[in-house]
Design a protein around this ligand. Structure first.
Ligand code: DGY
Length: 326
């Protein structure tokens, strides 16, 4: 009997391919080409499963053209590329890759926070340009991290891992805002205090965004929120680019209304808002929040296990919906 056919939409860790191969006929993308939507739909013909990266839009229109598709397994915790309602209605299982990237992504939030607060990119550019001629008392002054107030917007698993680092590692006063308040025991463990969104922006010395992106959280940080921030404050985004109004942020940074921003995600990525590129007081990284070798391998392995779990053993490992199978 022939094996079920799977599409692996992007190049992934070889361990994931090795895991899938005994169970499925695979069409892979070793060159890591970015397929158009039409190409993706053409390649999905005859496939029962798709290993997706988080960049492929899976919606009702695509599903209508891919009648054999039963599951899409994202190799990312974020799943804003999935229309979950459409997938459920079409009988298609959606899965993501949570937990395995929590600590690595929290590390990256702190990397950006520290680089931004201490102006590391700007300092390195200054040195490399040969501008450093002498020590001076006010050269490249930044903001402190230890003992400062850390404001976390979005307090899921990654937010909590960032809070632990801030409170326990740097003696920070951690405040957070979330759709729902954590229970008292979890708040005590991560040493974080719930505040309103407005108070978070007013009080925080460093703001970190880890809100899941959806139409409801689009531009959750815009000119009004930035205007509440202290002139010495920084903001880091490791969620999704669409959480921030980038034009408003660039304008505030250009006018030195806040100290700086650290951005790993962008609204039109991989295109970057030219207003941001022109600035010194922003640290820019290309969506590498989860990019450590072991974590990327674990994310790919989990996506593979979701495909095997659902299509071979009848149960996904980390399901996002409960569809009536096609
Ligand atoms: C995620 O898993 O959502 C990260 O942003 C990597 O895409």
């Amino acid at each position: 009997m022939s094996k079920p056919a799977i599409l692996v939409a992007r190049a992934v860790a070889p361990e994931a391919i090795d895991r899938l191969r005994p169970h499925f006929e695979l069409e892979t993308n070793p060159d890591d080409a970015i397929w158009s939507r039409e190409e993706l739909i053409a390649k999905l013909q005859g496939k029962v499963g798709a290993f997706t990266s988080g960049g492929e839009r899976i919606d009702a229109a695509l599903l209508a053209q891919c009648p054999e598709l039963k599951i899409c397994a994202n190799m990312s915790v974020g799943y804003n590329n999935f229309d979950i309602d459409a997938m459920t209605a079409a009988g298609v299982q959606a899965t993501n890759a949570p937990d395995v990237l929590t600590e690595t992504t929290a590390d990256m939030a702190f990397t950006l926070l520290m680089a931004t607060a201490r102006r590391v990119s700007e300092a390195e550019a200054y040195l490399r340009a040969g501008l450093w001629k002498k020590m001076s008392f006010d050269m490249l002054l930044g903001s402190d991290i230890h003992g400062a107030t850390l404001g976390i917007l979005g307090m899921g698993r990654i937010g909590q891992a960032i809070a632990r680092r801030g409170a326990h590692g740097f003696g920070m006063n951690v405040i957070y805002h979330n759709r729902s308040q954590l229970d008292a025991a979890t708040e005590a463990t991560v040493k974080a205090r719930y505040v309103s969104k407005q108070d978070l922006f007013k009080q925080a010395d460093h703001v970190v965004l880890v809100v899941p992106y959806s139409p409801a959280s689009h531009h959750t940080v815009a000119a009004a929120e930035i205007a509440l921030m202290k002139p010495t404050a920084t903001i880091v985004n490791i969620g999704r680019g669409g959480l921030i109004d980038e034009d408003a942020l660039a304008a505030a940074l250009a006018a030195n209304k806040i100290l700086g921003a650290g951005l790993d995600v962008f609204e039109g990525e991989p295109k970057i808002n030219p207003g941001l590129l022109a600035l010194k007081n922003v640290v820019l990284t290309p969506h590498i929040g989860s990019a450590s070798g072991p974590t990327r391998k674990a994310m790919a392995t989990l996506a593979a296990d979701n495909l095997i779990g659902y299509l071979i053993n009848g149960k996904a490992v980390t399901p996002l919906n409960s569809p009536k199978p096609r």
